[in-house]
Design a protein around this ligand. Sequence first.
Ligand code: PLP
Length: 402
Amino acid sequence: MTQPQIYLDNAATTALRPEALAAMMEFLQQNHANPSSVYGQAVAAKMALDAAATDIAAIIGASRREIYFTGSGTESINWALKSAAHMAKPHGNHIITTSIEHHAVLHTCQALEKEGFEVTYLAVDAHGMVCPAAFAAAVRPDTILASIMLANNEVGNILPVAEIAAKLKEINADRQYKILLHTDAVQAACHIPIDVAARGADLLSMSAHKLHGPKGVGALYIRRGVKLPPFIHGGGHERGRRAGTENVAGIVGFAAAAALAHAEMAAEAPRQAALRDNFIAKILQAVPHSRLNGHPTQRLPGNINITFDFIEGEGMLLLLDAKGIAASSGSACTSGSLDPSHVLLAMGVPHESAHGSLRLTLSKYTQSSDLDRLLEALPPIVARLRSMSPLWEDFQKKENTS
Ligand code: PLP
């Protein structure tokens, strides 16, 4: 299998960075000990896990004992939502989330609905933003939990989680059972600054493979004092809260990648944002009937999401692939299905337009020459697909007769 020459699908996953691989190799080759054992090698593995938790805590302003490693961002989210809901059941059964969450949140909420919980899915505006006042208005006497993502994986908008947390703090002041706030920070961690104290989240989910770490490793931040019950039962790993022999190499790789990405963020975020903004301005000018999806400024530095009217995103992806360019038409979890993105539909993008969206997500390895190549390749691809599109033909006829 040949690698794409230009990889612009970093929201789906990122390349493992060499420094993370180098850190992992020690625990794949030299030290295979179980960190729960007592001899020297095992103690070294346990110390590596502790150091990794310290590094991950530092990237979000948490303390080391508030970090728990999991098998993925999806597992962190399932743990946070299911355990928080079950724990709070005697106090109420209402949960608030948004209509643009990743399926890891939406499908977990649907599973909780089947158990009898009620879920409010907050509407978003045309930019995919949730209004903190609408959040406050949705709170009920029986509300126990809220889950609001920090940054959206499809359109890249950064949601006002800190403002929502501030509202929640006021609301919680008068309540006996305090509503917990979870935030899905899988796309945000190491891409935008996160300070859990300032954002006010009680629970926060992360994933290694979105920041040049390995796949199959995640972390859940649990604020000190939140007595979240375990989700996976077994041995006493992760201080009795997440059983299963630790993925030492994966966790060490996660921490190495996160520490580096966090240190590089101050320079890397503006570099990617400049590439993003330059590309958006040029492509919207080059292709008529194209529009940016998501918020114009409150968006992840590496996210570009454009709708090209009258065509199918899948066709664009195939023609780009033929030119060695890897891109996406939305979430990696929904591509492969012909359903348009639930995020775009929630933002009010019409069904036909939602089909013609293209998501390009950048990384530290993206160069301006990559986007220049795309700027050359994309307009003829859109023109070619439009030339075969009955929708475009109808539109042209209408234009000519009006
Ligand atoms: N949440 C968001 C916003 C994501 O983008 C993803 C992955 O695409 C996940 C959760 C799931 O993370 P993981 O792939 O580690 O299970």
